[in-house]
Design a protein around this ligand. Structure first.
Ligand code: SF4
Ligand code: SF4
Length: 189
């Protein structure tokens, strides 16, 4: 038998937007009863324009424009604290992931463009090398954002201490390519 949830809320569909999130990541936002345990544990709320609790409620109500034009899901670092704390087992982490996917697919300009670029460069990097090539990602990010000197001192210090590899190392590249191909195929459906 599955773990019992704190409240057995009937999870009837409330909006098409909440149905879309469910379809993408099988998360039922309608189970949320706004206890705010997710928000009180989230380490990034100071930077978010809407808290995770507000975002899940807005998804439920179908406030698509407000949600997709917020910075909340871009600032999410996928630490999973919200999902662990949720008494309703509503995986907010997956909701955040679904929102960034929907926003990108719908061509919505990311509210945190540097973070969105980091994700895109990071994923392309993993697809090529099978793992993250930190120096390559940092270099590409600097070129694309124009922040050429930002964190340069820290980067040089890390290089001197051997914490950043000069060259990429390849790992499970064939498997990674297969995974990326499968995801692309699924996205077409
Ligand atoms: S912890 Fe779960 S039930 Fe509580 S507000 Fe967050 S998502 Fe909703
Ligand atoms: S997974 Fe994202 S939304 Fe959830 S606690 Fe971590 S940073 Fe906050």
């Amino acid at each position: 038998m599955g773990k019992l949830k704190e409240f057995d809320i009937p999870s009837d569909s409330v909006s098409e937007f909440s149905d879309l999130v469910k379809e993408l990541h099988d998360v039922d936002v309608n189970l949320c009863y706004q206890c705010r345990k997710c928000t009180s544990g989230c380490p990034l709320t100071d930077f978010m324009d809407y808290t995770p609790t507000q975002i899940i409620h807005a998804v439920r109500l179908g406030l698509k424009d407000l949600v997709l034009n917020s910075n909340t899901f871009w600032y999410c670092i996928a630490c999973g604290t919200c999902s662990t704390r949720c008494p309703q087992e509503t995986s907010l982490l997956k909701v955040m992931d679904a929102l960034s996917n929907i926003a990108l697919k719908e061509g919505i300009k990311p509210k945190a463009p540097d973070i969105a670029k980091f994700y895109q460069i990071g994923l392309a990097n993993i697809s090529s090398f099978g793992r993250m090539y930190d120096l390559g990602v940092a270099g590409m990010l600097k070129l694309q954002t124009g922040n050429l000197t930002q964190d340069l001192a820290t980067g040089l210090k890390m290089l001197r201490k051997g914490k950043l590899g000069l060259l990429p190392s390849f790992q499970n590249t064939a498997t990674m390519k297969r995974i990326f191909k499968r995801v692309k195929e699924r996205e077409k459906v």
